[in-house]
Design a binder for this molecule. Structure first.
Ligand code: NAD
Ligand code: ZN
Length: 379
């Protein structure tokens, strides 16, 4: 089959690899029809993490079931399914508590697994013609009859729509509250969109890319351009000096300041200062432990100064981690099905698989207008 394979830092190629196949009785085999490039793929692409060359990337996948293992009894051949990026067994202590991002079975020794991801198990990704889905009955979300028509909406259920929603949950957001979101990438925009759907009184979105800020404004949020002045002061100005009730981190430790200088701790400390005393902070932007094998081990650190003093003194709360996609994706699927949510508003480019390296290059450069790339391996 054709697949997008990781070769090394900023080096991905589309090449022929052995077909994905049913390997265990509980597996499902999917013919991938949509698969996104994600900001999380850039942790590997930019060399912040160590990944062996040859691994197929892609954890935001949707497609048609073409084969099932002998122990699969809920999912059927022909079903259109969206695959949560978390691979989970469905039976361990964490899965039973709906914490599927931290499944204890699929990646022994640590927690949580994903398709095509460094440090998250040996699984191949879905930027390919075929994808093997372990524990298929648990890890497939069946889609309704409008699956084809709304494919660019439903594919966002694999990761970024539930992840954005998760950030608002981690922050403890309630209807009527004000929210500040750091980052207007795909995840930040999905977070801001979730806060709007959940009835926030005011959603402020911080970034410096005009095209991304325009999208935030289009969905009813207040764009905050941090190249025009301190984002903390701009948030305080818009919240009567109190700070926002809730804050969401949707950037991760690759954060830059508005001048382009790497500042892994910047968004965390800005959040502490722009959220009100006793407010909540949800962190879905990725912060990984220091990886000695990474291409750049000086600045991509797992440990960095965090303003614990202000955080403690303000009595704030914080929640972190991978999104447990399954906790939300049925409900978010229903919002899409009934027309209450249309997350495809962030899609800027749809490309065939063989143009994926171009998609990576532009998305990585944050080129104007390259907000979210959907790849279609079926052409
Ligand atoms: P992205 O890189 O496209 O977007 C990040 C945005 O943050 C960019 O627009 C950038 O300009 C902006 N930014 C950089 N520094 C900033 C700063 N100091 N203040 C404000 N904005 C700043 O990536 P994305 O796809 O939106 O993903 C964002 C993060 O979410 C990544 O770390 C990704 O790995 C993570 N993620 C986490 C989960 C999860 O389950 N927790 C799932 C998906 C993605
Ligand atoms: Zn993703």
């Amino acid at each position: 089959m054709q697949a997008l394979v990781f070769n090394g830092t900023r080096d991905v190629v589309v090449t022929e690899v052995p077909d994905a196949r049913v390997e265990r009785p509980t597996d499902v085999l999917v013919r991938v029809t949509s698969t996104n490039i994600c900001g999380s793929d850039l942790h590997m692409y930019e060399g912040r993490t160590t990944l062996e060359p040859g691994r197929v990337l892609g954890h935001e996948n949707l497609g048609e079931v073409i084969e099932i293992g002998s122990a699969v009894d809920r999912i059927r051949v022909g079903d259109m399914v969206c695959l949560p990026f978390n691979i989970a067994c469905g039976h361990c202590k964490n899965c039973e508590a709906q914490l599927t991002g931290f499944c204890l079975t699929v990646n022994p020794g640590t927690a949580g697994a994903a398709y095509g991801f460094a440090g998250m198990g040996p699984y191949n990704g879905g930027q390919a013609e075929l994808l093997r889905v372990p524990y298929g009955d648990f890890n497939c979300l069946r889609l309704p009859a409008d699956a084809k028509e709304k494919e660019n909406d439903y594919v966002m259920l694999s990761d970024i729509f539930p992840t954005g929603w998760h950030a608002t949950e981690l922050a403890g957001m309630r209807p009527g509250e004000s929210v500040v979101v750091y980052g207007a990438g795909p995840v930040g925009l999905m977070c801001a969109y979730s806060a709007m759907i959940k009835g926030a009184s005011k959603v402020m979105v911080v970034d410096r890319h005009p095209d991304r800020l325009r999208l935030a404004e289009k969905i009813g949020c207040i764009p905050i351009d941090d190249s025009k002045g301190s984002p903390v002061e701009q948030v305080l100005d818009r919240t009567a000096g109190e700070g926002a009730d809730r804050g969401c981190e949707c950037v991760g430790y690759q954060a830059h300041d508005a001048q382009g200088q790497e500042r892994p701790n910047l968004t965390m400390n800005n959040l502490v200062m722009s959220v009100r005393p006793t407010g909540g902070i949800g962190v879905v932007g990725v912060f990984l432990p220091d990886d000695p094998g990474a291409a750049d081990d000086m600045t991509r650190r797992g440990e960095f100064p965090f303003d614990m003093g202000h955080f403690w003194f303000k009595g704030q709360k914080i929640g972190t981690g991978q999104a447990n996609v399954k906790t939300y994706n049925r409900r978010l699927r229903n919002l899409i099905h009934t027309g209450r949510a249309k997350p495809s508003f962030i899609v800027s480019h749809e490309l065939p698989l063989n143009e994926a390296p171009e998609g990576y290059r532009h998305f990585d450069a944050r080129d104007e207008g390259w907000t979210k790339v959907v790849l279609h391996p079926d052409g």
